[in-house]
Design a protein around this ligand. Structure first.
Ligand code: PGA
Length: 252
């Protein structure tokens, strides 16, 4: 039985002034959901504040990206060790906004996932097709290619230390979630791809869905057989919405 995991992705939002109220509400709500792992992925500058406010709480935290390099002349980058210093347990890698806007290749995403695992951080590895790719019937080919790069870099035996997040690009921030049938099809395909390499690892792999998850669709999505939680953008900035999604995961 895989546990449910609800991860918030704040993206480039938040402020020192407004974060405490949101974090306090989320931590208090997370304490009432012992069967669900709750976490927030915040912008780098707020990690010291997040660490101070969430330490010892029922809500974990992490970052939205990390360098695959350990240290050195990499201006603007943040290392795994720095995230460890900030008490992070998780880091998102390969979000489609970074793949598209920052040219992150499948190989680079794989290298970031490997660096995270080697530094004892859990990477939340995002994959997903664009609308054009879906309309061309390429969805499974695209997510398999993205997954294969991760499996090659990480090795299937270390996949229990990672989480996958299927995020169709056309569903992110659009209000238009993928349908339950579309989500289940891709999640099952991803799991079976990993199971082909190692059955036990595939069966235990946590696969989140992301893309316009909100309280109104969470129960249906979280109840799908191969959905183990959600990566939540917009709704993670509203404590009640984020917690409602957590409650849906607890009930599903
Ligand atoms: P959304 O974002 O929930 O606002 O669609 C999800 C994500 O980008 O992780």
């Amino acid at each position: 039985m895989r546990n449910k995991f609800i991860a918030g992705n704040w993206k480039m939002q938040g402020s020192l002034a407004t974060n405490p109220a949101l974090l306090h509400s989320v931590a208090a709500g997370a304490a009432t959901l012992p069967t669900v792992t709750m976490a927030v992925m915040t912008p780098f500058p707020y990690l010291p504040q997040v660490q101070a406010l969430l330490a010892g709480s029922a809500c974990a935290w992490g970052a939205q990206d990390v360098s695959e390099e350990a240290a050195g002349a990499f201006t603007g980058e943040v290392s795994v060790a720095m995230l460890q210093d900030m008490g992070c347990r998780y880091v998102i890698v390969g979000h489609s906004e970074r793949r598209a806007r920052h040219g992150e290749s499948d190989a680079r995403v794989g290298a970031k996932a490997r660096a995270a695992i080697e530094g004892a951080l859990i990477p939340i590895i995002c994959l997903g097709e664009t609308l054009a790719q879906r309309e061309a019937g390429e969805t499974l080919a695209v997510v398999h290619r993205q997954l294969d790069a991760v499996l090659e870099a990480v090795g299937v035996r270390r996949m229990p230390q990672a989480v996958l997040a299927y995020e169709p690009v056309w569903a992110i921030g659009t209000g238009r979630s993928a349908t339950p049938a579309q989500v289940q099809e891709v999640h099952a395909a991803l799991r079976s791809r990993v199971s082909n390499a190692d059955w036990v690892v595939g069966a235990g792999l946590q696969i989140l869905y992301g893309g316009s998850v909100k309280p109104s669709n969470a129960l249906e999505l979280m109840g799908l057989p191969d959905v183990d939680g959600a990566l939540v953008g917009g709704a993670s900035l509203v404590a009640d919405d984020f917690l409602d999604i957590g409650r849906a995961a607890a009930t599903a």
